[in-house]
Design a protein around this ligand. Structure first.
Ligand code: HEC
Length: 143
């Protein structure tokens, strides 16, 4: 093989390598995107949300969300009320009205974390992205 041919061969090899790596990057970026649009919150976040819910909400809504002094936060009635609307509507309601004894007292991130737990209890899927204003507020609440 002439040295010219060898260097052309090397160039081609590098091109293929970059094409393959580039393709892999696109594929993995694509799957990360799919995961974040299918899932609503992370498993770990919902777990923390359950603790916060027990501290701040469960006395009126029960630990299993079936309701007591306040309405049930899981099931058909809840989804009729909040489904097919931007999730930001539910968040705004919670943030300005709950906990009923001291409305607005919880920081945003705590309320998003609690909302992750509520979504989990309503059968919405976990994913790879945490729920917050950026990832959740504009999403329409449909499974
Ligand atoms: C002291 C009792 C009490 C506590 C504590 C409380 N809630 Fe409520 N909650 C209520 C009552 C009463 C209502 C119904 C009144 C209304 O809809 O304005 C309600 C309504 C709601 C609703 C609307 C339900 C629906 O179907 O329309 C949501 C969502 C909610 N609460 C979330 C929370 C969250 C999250 C917390 C904890 C951060 C919390 N609540 C803590 C009493 C409480």
């Amino acid at each position: 093989m002439s040295s010219e041919a060898r260097s052309r061969n090397l160039t081609m090899h590098l091109c293929i390598t970059f094409a393959v790596l580039g393709g892999a990057a696109i594929v993995s970026a694509g799957s990360a995107h799919a995961a974040s649009t299918n899932g609503w919150y992370t498993q770990e976040q919902a777990q923390r949300g359950q603790q916060d819910f027990n501290n701040y909400c469960a006395e009126c809504h029960r630990p299993d969300l079936t309701g007591a002094a306040g309405p049930a936060l899981a099931g058909d009635a809840f989804l009729r009320q909040w489904g097919n609307k931007p999730l930001g509507d539910l968040f705004s309601f919670e943030h300005s009205n709950m906990p009923a004894t001291s409305p607005g007292s919880l920081p945003d991130d705590t309320m998003w974390t609690i909302t992750a737990f509520i979504l989990q209890k309503n059968g919405f899927a976990a994913g790879s992205t945490a729920l917050n204003q950026q990832t959740g507020a504009n999403r329409t609440l449909v499974k």
